[in-house]
Design a protein around this ligand. Sequence first.
Ligand code: MOS
Length: 754
Amino acid sequence: MATQESTAAKMAGSPHGIIGRPVARIDGPLKTTGTAEYAGDFHLPGMVHAVPVQATVASGVLRHLDVSAAQAMPGVLEVLHRGNIERIYRAVPNDPNATVSETRPAFEDDRLYYWGQYIALVVAETPEQATAAAAAVKAEYAAETPDVRRELEPFAGKWHTVSERGKVDDALAAAAVKVDQTYGTPVETHNPIELHATVAAWEGDRVTLYESTQGVVNHRNAMAQILGVPREHVTVITRFLGSGFGGKLFPWAHCALAAVASRRVQRPVKLVVTRTMMFSNVGHRPVTEQRFRLGAGADGKLVALQQDALNHTSLVDAYDEGCGEATPYLYSVPNLKVASALVQRNVGSPMAMRGPGAVPGLFAMESAMDELAVALKMDPVELRLKNDAVKDESNGNPFSSRHLRECLETGSAKFGWSRRTAEVGSMRRDGKVLGWGVAAASWGAYRFACATTVELGADGRARARCATQDIGTGLYTIFAQVLAEKTGLPFERIDVLLGDSSMPEGPLSGGSWSTATVLPAVAEAAEGAIASMLAVASSTPGTPFAGADAKTLRLTEGRVHRASEPAAQGVPFEQILKKARLNRVSADGRSGSAFEDPKARGLSMHSFGAQFVEVEWEPEIARLRVSRVVTVIDAGRIINPRAGANQIKGAVVMGVGMALLEETVYDPRNGQPINANLADYRMVTCPDTPQIDVTFLDYPDYALNSYGARGIGEIGLAGVAPAITSAVYHATGVRVRRLPVRIEDLLRSEIRQA
Ligand code: MOS
């Protein structure tokens, strides 16, 4: 991947010390040596394997299941189905601390709602035996014709108003310049490299679940309800996650199946969801279809904006993608209406995918803005600057920190936007036609409750514990940076223990809020542990500090010393613990949700960004490539610009896939996802990856937390796809409003090589 480490270089001389310095992730060696343990890596003594049987129709009724042949096959312990499985309970609806993905438990009734729905589960000694036996289960269906159409209009159902101000109808009618277009995004399937997996092991009436989850605490709470056991009897372990992108936020049906199977056979059970099952059973970004109407004066000032957004959902859940997420506050416009509605299809339940709502919503809005710029004959950067909002017009609140203007201006300068000529097909380089496009980006900034424990041990190490998880984004390292900052210890003497639901409760890894959430709690815990250490020093006979006022003592570079003296004259803290005959000192840190924080109340908190994209178009061979991306991100203070830039680059790459490649396709006859593997579901690989220049503006947002950090997991994907399709238009004259861009679309181009 050709990239520029501009941010890392800029931050290398940062005055913040370890906070804000580009550091390698502390768990890197475990990953590069293959010793990091993912859920599927746990091999327990006596463990057996479970493989689900999937329905081969997407609508209808399961008439009969014949498991006799499967039951008799070698190694088979049990074939579970609706007729013999013990009760799987539903989780309490709308319990925010026990959320599930698909509310209907497996085997609950004989209805079939989508292709691939689980209808039985084989448990066998080996994965091969279980797979073979699963294939031998025979099902009879009363099949009905499924509805898996991508088109969501015509829609006659009920619309729900998301946000409204002014009189949008009148303003649209009176506007000098208008855009009225419909934009579509397809089903995209989460494809983290790590497959979903559960290893369930009971000991008496207690169960340990090794899980691929983005939330060990939520998972524990939900599984306790589902299994009908007390919360304290469930432990969920996720030491490492091979990414989730939202698909692993909450438990899916297979998690309960593995746990119930393990309880039945009284052996540990491993269930690994196959790549093909991942296309039907564990969520996807739903189809969206959005009509956008923009009205502006001849000067380019927006006067009206209306967004009508549909997304599909399953027959068993009402998943709202929330395409209006960024619309109400991104631009200044006096008359606005955002409405949304759901359309049912015979597909598994959709689930949040990186930047849910905002990403498809911004594809539509930023595409419409580009079309407005063309209609106005106005530069698209200038159009956005002209409509920049100074407050959140959806509620009148000030922004805690908003630098969209600077994102656009900085990106414009770095990209060389002033050299752009507006005419379609007018820019050439090395025999290729160039297209340049731009889009704005936004994503919410959140902080939730978190508890953390920090201890200073007699082994001379500092240790943090928190029941959150590192989903591959660098959270272990964030904890280590705070401990290093507070104690002065090097990373080699710091342990960070995450991914165990029995630890103090930390956040779900979602919504880009983990870093902003954990920082204040771990800082408070570290300060508490240090205060406890200094109190011990001042009260332990035989130390040089006995009888001193603890307030006059400091802990620096791992040594206790008097504030008036350098750290070198102090005593390593572990020696003081030995003298005091203590194993450790420790303290808890706690922080609350931003929603309950007076400092954050009444503020509109979001991250912003600007995406600048260059595409190369070769008309003779209909070859289109994204060649260059400049991305400027305003996400508060960046704690680790190295891992941060990595997040943004990964998101940009995902955006290239969204614009040009990704689409899950269903067979209209039986509702089966027909490209359900990594060969046929096309994703970006290294040759498709452009040069990516990441810049962080690095303005601390102290309303969100004392470090001023927001989140960076999702903002990097926002705006990438519309910047690409705008660049495609600039190069080819073809406006693609239905993703992904296909060669068939581009063949309509009338641009020929000069
Ligand atoms: Mo993210 S889609 O909240 O994991």
